[in-house]
Design a protein around this ligand. Structure first.
Ligand code: AMP
Length: 409
């Protein structure tokens, strides 16, 4: 058997769990070389059509699939544990150092990864009113993992943590202070693990200390958010109390006049739940053109489809506004960096978002932009005043790294 301890004899594996309302994603990493030993996804938990796909990375094994009802998160995690055990990577292994959980909302209290105690779990529960879709699933994932390995450190890594450094004037909405404070209404921001990882990797790409560089990170996935990071600290981000605010996303509207909601209630007679559903699930790219996959939208644009072209233009226009706004917030920008599904893969989005921003010192070299690669890379010309980069995100690696660092300190 290959040794799986660090050189000082300590366990070196971390299991990362990302529990959604009806899904669990997992990855097992070996932190000696940060390699992935296995990855998996359980989806449609609670339905008849549940599905588990497990991919062993070591030895290049083929993905294995299970179908049929998986009743709840406990069964999902047990099924994942069985698949891991079949590869000799069981959760009962002494090589497992900790389990790292993605937790969406950490409020103001959790600015760092945190070992989960009963008190910490209670605090995550207290945040359910500001993250009703996400925190309950995260809590279920934690409880289930605790039951499987009660002896093992379980660590919460919060999506909001990186943004807790935002100054008060950026985090506070201009609404009545007492009302806002009573209901904990402020800008929290999300995707923090990605913004932290990508901004740090961008400094490495530039060959400069993190403390010296100012970066605008554009995390463009199905969910999308921008952040302004000054010397490694987040000073502004586009998502707010919830992940609805900011950029145009796959199915979320991003910024709208808040009065749109009153209007839909008073004039269109929609309920609050219907408006919630509209803005979160039936807006953004899907609402504008019926598709949320940027590949499909570009294919339609190439064919002359006007609705797809409008969706693309609205998406890019919003991006430009944020690049301009965050340039002003930072004062000096060293790099604009694209990441996540759209940011890493869509050359047309990157080209269009930067086009016309020469006055900001921004330009894209078409040949560099066309390169497809999984590596961090510059796509600006050599003589550009501000670097434009593509840096693939890796939230699981960041969660594993933060978890491992915490339990080994
Ligand atoms: P994420 O949430 O980071 O997994 O990103 C998912 C989104 O990335 C999808 O909805 C697509 O819009 C987009 N995407 C993935 N691959 C490509 C690609 N090759 N070209 C353009 N967009 C892509």
């Amino acid at each position: 058997m290959t040794p799986t301890h660090t050189t000082d004899g300590r366990a070196s594996r971390v299991l990362v769990l990302n529990s959604g309302s009806s899904s669990v994603k997992y990855q097992l990493l070996d932190m000696r070389d940060r390699s992935r030993l296995a990855t998996g996804l359980v989806e449609r938990i609670g339905e008849e059509t549940s599905r588990l796909v497990h991919t062993p990375s070591a030895g290049g094994g083929a993905p294995r699939e299970r179908t049929g009802r998986i009743a709840d998160h406990e069964q999902a995690l047990k099924a994942a544990a069985e698949e891991l055990a079949a590869d000799g990577l069981g959760l009962d292994s002494p090589e497992l150092a900790a389990i790292g959980h993605r937790v969406v909302h950490g409020g103001l209290r959790f600015s760092e990864p945190t070992v989960i105690t009963d008190e910490v779990l209670q605090e995550i529960e207290r945040l359910v009113p500001v993250a009703p879709l996400h925190n309950p699933a995260n809590i279920t994932g934690i409880r289930t993992a605790q039951a499987l390995r009660p002896d093992l450190p379980q660590v919460a890594v919060f999506d909001t943590a990186f943004h807790t450094t935002m100054p008060e004037h950026a985090a506070r909405y201009a609404i009545d202070v007492e009302t806002a404070d009573a209901h904990r209404i402020r800008r929290y921001g999300f995707h923090g693990t990605s913004h932290a990882y990508v901004s740090r990797r961008t400094a490495e790409l530039l060959g400069r200390p993190v403390a010296d560089v100012n970066v605008i990170v554009l995390h463009l996935g199905n969910g999308a958010s921008a952040s302004a990071v000054a010397g490694g600290r987040c000073v502004e981000t586009s998502m707010g109390l919830t992940p609805l605010e900011g950029l145009v996303m796959g199915t979320r509207s991003g910024d709208v006049d808040p009065a749109v909601t009153f209007h839909l209630k008073r004039v269109a007679g929609m309920s609050v739940d219907e408006i919630d559903d509209l803005l979160n699930k039936r807006s953004g790219l899907v609402g504008l053109c019926g598709d949320n996959d940027m590949r499909e939208i570009r294919r339609r644009v190439e064919e002359g489809d006007e609705r797809a072209a409008l969706a693309f233009d609205v998406y890019v226009h919003r991006l430009k506004k944020y690049i301009g706004a965050y340039s002003a917030v930072l004062g000096r920008v060293d790099a604009v960096v694209f990441t996540a599904g759209v940011g890493e893969n869509s050359a047309p989005v990157r080209e269009a978002a930067i086009a016309g921003l020469e006055g900001f010192g921004l330009a894209v070299d078409p040949d560099r932009n066309a390169v497809r690669s999984g590596e961090p890379r510059l796509i600006s010309p050599d003589d550009a005043r501000v670097a434009v980069a593509v840096v693939p995100t890796d939230e699981e690696l960041e969660i594993a790294g933060q978890t491992f660092a915490l339990v080994h300190n």
